[in-house]
Design a protein around this ligand. Structure first.
Ligand code: HEM
Length: 457
């Protein structure tokens, strides 16, 4: 096959992954910059489960589809490390053992501490608490014209998780500074799209200073809590801080600070971006909007529904899942090969950058008939298509999304609150709104909406 450019090792029938054809010097840099999700989708269609690509001086190997998902979560779990991708970024931020950027025992230890705070049962009786920060921002934005939906949804999500895990909300401006800092650091170290010098611009230095202050304040508030407060209203940091401080051989001050930040930034480029995609979809499809509103009105008529009711809403959850199927914010996970290994007769060498395209089968017709069609009926009891392993929006393996079950409450709840109370109209030309990669996919900043109260109409 002309795509296979490296030599075959005949004695083992093991070959190097085929190289995606591209331009002489740039390789695949242009389509990758334009839309990395479309690029890997197209290459998966052409090259199959394993391939390589080059983008200027960077080289990646892609493992795609459900065999790759099983491999990273099972027999191949020791073949990968997160440190190559996240290491320098976390080092730069002073948290070399941040949960996302570390493997092994130090990683497991942190997940074990975090998990009880993020499982769905922890929120079973707290749906009204999850709703209250959203309600607050809905009320503040009623009758406002030309609202930029991206910053508003990030503010909503930061307040929702920050308030519920850490007991306080932060301002819209701080949220934007924090997300700007994170995406900049990732663009420099993770994706290597920007030169390091970018991290020393006044804008980023300001974002870093504001983030640092926020962390200090959160830690201080947490340390001032009495034992009684901790018993009556436990917070995320109550047991995480002492447990991490008891292991100074593992954790730096910065690692601890990262946990003070997590509740305020964890889901900004996932939940908040997915909400934008959903609102955009509804504005482009009035029949779908009407259908969702009808179901929401039935279930939200008497106030915030309980968890069982939220979960029973087939159309609303269909909207959430179908959006995550076609526009997955975490469409792949990036790793470094921790050792030489072979996947489906293809050789991968230690140190190579690997992307596991976990959502590759989201558009495979074997699992999702008519895959490019946005169809919330996939969530019906008869079809139940989101129950298949082919649906993998939350990643796979040791670092899979620890907030997934919380996200599964937040997204229908937030959309329900918005759709029930507001008439949303576009306050921009929807044809000019694009998906940008920052580095995760999100709608461009020109996506603006107007809100009016349905109760007064
Ligand atoms: C639309 C919703 C969400 C999506 C699509 C999503 C997606 C993902 C994905 C794909 C990963 C794996 C990253 C990797 O392996 O490199 C991940 C990890 C993670 N997610 Fe989420 N996420 C969502 C919501 C949330 C929420 C609500 C929280 C927290 C409250 C959260 C916290 C985390 C954390 C801390 C990790 C890192 C886990 C680790 O390294 O062990 N996520 N998420």
């Amino acid at each position: 096959m002309s795509h296979i450019t490296d030599t075959v090792t005949p004695q083992h029938n093991i070959i190097r992954p085929p190289l995606v054809s591209g331009l002489p010097l740039l390789g695949s840099a242009l389509p990758l910059l334009r839309n990395p999700h479309d690029f890997v989708k197209k290459a998966y269609g052409e090259y199959g489960n394993v391939f390589r690509f080059r983008a200027a001086h960077q080289k990646y190997i892609i493992l795609a589809g459900q065999d790759a998902n099983r491999f990273v979560a099972g027999e191949g779990k020791d073949c990968f490390t997160v440190e190559g991708f996240w290491g320098e970024a976390f080092e730069h931020m002073g948290c070399p053992h941040g949960v996302v950027g570390v493997d092994g025992e130090i990683h497991k230890f942190q997940r074990k501490l975090m998990s009880p705070h993020l499982v769905q049962s922890a929120f079973k009786d707290k749906i009204p608490d999850l709703a209250s920060p959203i309600q607050d921002l809905i009320t503040r934005n009623i009758n406002k014209k030309r609202i930029r939906f991206g910053p508003l949804s990030r503010h909503m999500i930061s307040n929702q998780i920050g308030y519920n895990l850490q007991g306080y909300k932060t301002s819209h401006k701080k949220v934007e500074q924090m997300i700007y800092l994170f995406s900049s650091v990732m663009n420099v170290f993770g994706l290597r799209k920007w030169p390091k010098i970018m991290l020393y611009t006044p804008k980023i230095l300001l974002a870093a200073a504001i983030t640092k202050k926020h962390v200090e304040r959160t830690l201080k508030l947490s340390e001032q809590r009495s034992e009684e407060d901790k018993q009556t209203s436990p917070q995320y940091l109550d047991d995480i801080l002492p447990a991490m401080k008891a292991k100074p051989e593992w954790f730096t001050e910065g690692d601890i600070g990262m946990h003070a930040l997590l509740p305020f930034v964890a889901a900004l480029d996932t939940v908040a971006a997915t909400m934008g995609f959903m609102i955009f979809r509804l504005l482009n499809d009035p029949a779908l909007y009407k259908r969702i509103q009808t179901e929401v009105d039935t279930h939200f008529a008497n106030g915030v529904p309980d968890l069982a009711t939220l979960r029973s809403m087939q159309d609303l959850n269909g909207l959430v899942k179908e959006t995550m199927r076609l526009q997955p914010t975490g469409f792949g996970i990036t790793r470094t090969a921790a050792k030489d290994f072979v996947f489906q007769d293809h050789q991968v060498y230690k140190g190579e950058s690997v992307i596991i395209f976990t959502t590759a089968d989201h558009t495979n017709p074997d699992y999702f008939p008519n895959p490019e069609k946005f169809d919330i009926n996939r969530n019906s009891k008869e079809r139940n298509e989101f129950k298949q392993p082919a649906f993998a929006p939350y990643g796979k393996g040791a670092h899979n999304c620890i907030g997934a079950s919380l996200a599964d409450i937040m997204m229908p709840l937030n959309m329900g609150l918005i759709v029930h109370q507001l008439t949303i109209t576009a306050a921009c030309d929807l044809n000019k709104v694009n998906v940008i990669f920052n580095p995760a996919p999100v709608l461009s900043n020109n996506f603006k909406v107007s809100f009016s109260s349905r109760s007064s109409s």
